[in-house]
Structure formats: structure tokens, C-alpha cells
Write a protein that binds this ligand. Structure first.
Ligand SMILES: Cc1ncc(COP(=O)(O)O)c(C=O)c1O
Length: 387
């Protein structure tokens, strides 16, 4: 088996205490809702197993993944709690999904037929969630289709409606009309269900932005993702909770060299030195998730100072201008995301420089970047169990 080297050239550190603090913020804002923690995409790049195990210790017992394979990976790591597969699934995957006791999200009548057919005939009713399309334009049945879907003979005979859910498309926007319309449609769908004499133990609509901004989106379950990892994408004007980014990312200076005014750095010579300069080579590149759009645009922290990325980010290396850093040396730490002295760079800063959102920056951090974890202190464990 592959064992990571003891001195990885680039590595990520995840503070599990900060994860506990962010979870406490979720519980403060949604005190009456159970938490389903979204750990898809390797827990947004932070490491699904470590994040899930930590959240279990903090009394979270529902998890959301995007794919059947992500759910199976958690089961194979002895995670026995409820796992909701929130992304699209195909009939060919249903036997595996059922064998690993994952919970599907159903969003089409033919899918109900196929899923019910995959459940063993004499098995107990299999719990499923049904997704309602209220304005995301992605997965879900329309609100008026819900009564007929759950009245299908295949549904009634084989499945148990454990959850009804919708997903908010625009809750982080300053404009509230679309979200209010989505929440009203979802509520009407739930009213229709109750009027028909049916019930459903879990109802859920809120992602992180919903939890922060829309009390009306707080049903029996909430589905936070990004806020557990310490970010949100609401405008600065919105009242936002104190969240702590839980991930920092560093690389060790691998090489230093001096260049003259007029010399160039990296592919296609997009950086030409205006002065005699000292250039540090960092062993991290776009194959590690350090995006090529950071070329001549990103900054890193070295010796407590912000220094610019110069030239094109390469697949495995990135160059930075360290001319103004006193005592700079090979092996010195460069912070790509995190704090050094008084300076700080966040995944939101990288997102601005590469014109995306912090989600993508975090999810893109590659497999070959080794991940280390600051363990949970026991006082965090107790405080978060008692929201
Ligand atoms: C269905 C669903 N619920 C919840 C989330 C969590 O969203 P966020 O990370 O914005 O909290 C996601 C993530 O995209 C999702 O797809």
C-alpha cells in the first residue's frame, strides 16, 4: 500500500475543532432541525472519512453524498449511519445502492418503478426521499406530480416515504423573490401531502445559505455543506455567522534562483522581470488543484509577506517572486491558503483571483496533496453535542 512521504512537498491541514465550531453555528441557527452533513466530493476536498467520523463524534448521524460510489466508500469504512445519495442515480446502480443500505433520492416515475423492482420482494419497505423541483431547474418532480408519484402501486407496496426535499437555487443572492417562491411551493407540496392523510418524517430544503438567511427553510432536516468547511457565498451586507475556514494549504520552497531584468519565467514567457529578481519554485501546480488561472494573479504568503505568482502555473510547479522577502531559503513554508503572521489568504481569495467560488477551489485540491488533521479536543466534542 502507498504510504505518503513524511515530508510532503505540498500538504493540507484540516482543523477538526474549527469543523466543530462551524457545526455549532449550524445548530445555533437551526436549533430544531436535525443536521444532514453534506460530505460529497471527498467532503469538499477535506477528506470524507475524517470529516464524517468527526461529525459522528459530534452527534451528526446523517450524511449526504452525490454518488453511489461515495456512499459505498463510507460504508466500507464502517460508517453505519444514514447516507443519502443526492445526485442522479441509474437503475444499474440500484442493486449496489440497496446492498449498501444507502438512501436514494427519487425524482421520476420510471425511477420509482425501477427502484421498487430492485428491492427484494419480501424485504421491509425501503426508505426513500423524493425530490421536488421548485426552481433549481435540475432534479425533481413538479409539485403537482407528487400525489400521483407516491400513490403509484410500486411505491405503496415496496417503498417508505422517509423524506421530501427541494433544493434552493439562489439563497445566497441579495434578491429574495426566487427563494421565497421556491419555499412557498415546497410548503404547498407538504400541505398537499398532509391533507391527503400521508406524512413524512423528514422534510428538507436548506443548504448553507438557506440556514443562514431563511428561517422558513428550516424544516426537520437541514443540509449544510460549505458552512461546515468555514465559508459562505452570501454578500457582505447579509448578517452572516462567524465561520472558520477549516483547511489550510502549504508548500515548501523547493528551489531559489536569481534572474535579471528582462528575463522571463515559465511557459510562454508571460512574466518578464522588470528588475533583478529572486524567484522561488513551489512544488505545487494545477495537477494539485492550484488553478492555472492563478498565473500572474495569485498570491502566497512567505515569511509573513504576500508575494505574487509570476508566470504560468505549471502542472507540478509554481513560481513566486520573493525578491522582497528577507532571509528567504529553500525548505521555507509558503502558505497557499491560511494564515502566516498578520497575513491571511482564504479559498475565497483564490476563488476571486480565478473567477470561481470557494467550493470549486476546495474540491479541486488534488489527491496527491497529503492531508493532515488537527484532532478534535474533548471540550469541543461536549459543547457541540449540546446545541
Ligand atoms: C442537494 C444538496 N443539498 C445541500 C447541498 C449543500 O450546499 P451548500 O454547500 O451550499 O451548503 C448541496 C451542495 O451543492 C446539494 O447539492
Amino acid at each position: 500500500m502507498y504510504t505518503p512521504s513524511q515530508f510532503p512537498p505540498t500538504s493540507v491541514s484540516v482543523d477538526l475543532n474549527a469543523l466543530a465550531q462551524n457545526l455549532a453555528q449550524v445548530r445555533r441557527l437551526a436549533p430544531r432541525s436535525e443536521v444532514l452533513a453534506v460530505v460529497k466530493a471527498n467532503a469538499y476536498g477535506h477528506g470524507a472519512l475524517e470529516v464524517t467520523r468527526t461529525l459522528q463524534r459530534l452527534a451528526v448521524h446523517r450524511f449526504g453524498v452525490a454518488t453511489v460510489d461515495e456512499g459505498i466508500a463510507l460504508r466500507q469504512a464502517d460508517i453505519h449511519d444514514a447516507i443519502l445519495v443526492m445526485g442522479p442515480t441509474a437503475p444499474a446502480q440500484f442493486p449496489d445502492l440497496i446492498a449498501h443500505r444507502l438512501t436514494p433520492v427519487l425524482y421520476r416515475a420510471d425511477m420509482v418503478q425501477a427502484f421498487a423492482a430492485a428491492v427484494l420482494p419480501d424485504a421491509a419497505p425501503y426508505s426513500v426521499h423524493v425530490k421536488i423541483e421548485t426552481g433549481m431547474g435540475r432534479l425533481g418532480i413538479l409539485p403537482h406530480e407528487m400525489p400521483n408519484l407516491i400513490a403509484m402501486p410500486a411505491f405503496r407496496a415496496t417503498l417508505r416515504l422517509e423524506g421530501l426535499m427541494t433544493h434552493l437555487a439562489d439563497a445566497d443572492n441579495t434578491e429574495t423573490t426566487h427563494t421565497e417562491k421556491q419555499l412557498a411551493e415546497f410548503q404547498q407540496t407538504l400541505d398537499t401531502l398532509h391533507q391527503s392523510g400521508r406524512s413524512c418524517p423528514l422534510t428538507h430544503a436548506a443548504n448553507s445559505a438557506g440556514i443562514i438567511k431563511y428561517p422558513a427553510s428550516l424544516y426537520s432536516l437541514v443540509r449544510p455543506g460549505i458552512m461546515l468547511y468555514g465559508y459562505h457565498t452570501l454578500s457582505n451586507a447579509a448578517a452572516t455567522p462567524e465561520l472558520t475556514p477549516i483547511l489550510s494549504w502549504k508548500a515548501m520552497i523547493a528551489h531559489l534562483h536569481n534572474i535579471q531584468a528582462g528575463d522571463s519565467v515559465s511557459y510562454n514567457r508571460t512574466f518578464i522581470a522588470a528588475r533583478r529578481s529572486k524567484i522561488a519554485v513551489l512544488p505545487v501546480g494545477y495537477a494539485d488543484g492550484y488553478n492555472r488561472l492563478l498565473s500572474n494573479r495569485g498570491m502566497v504568503l512567505i515569511g509573513g509577506r504576500r508575494v505574487p505568482v509570476v508566470g504560468r502555473v505549471c502542472m507540478d510547479m509554481t513560481m513566486v517572486d520573493v525578491t522582497d522577502v528577507p532571509g528567504v531559503h529553500i525548505g521555507q513554508e509558503a502558505i497557499l491558503v491560511g494564515q502566516q503572521g498578520q497575513e491571511r489568504i482564504t479559498a475565497a481569495d483564490l476563488a476571486t483571483w480565478q473567477q470561481t467560488i470557494p467550493y470549486e477551489v476546495l474540491c479541486a485540491i488534488g489527491q496527491r496533496v497529503s492531508r493532515h488533521y488537527l484532532p478534535l479536543l474533548s471540550d469541543n466534542k461536549t459543547s457541540s453535542q449540546n446545541p
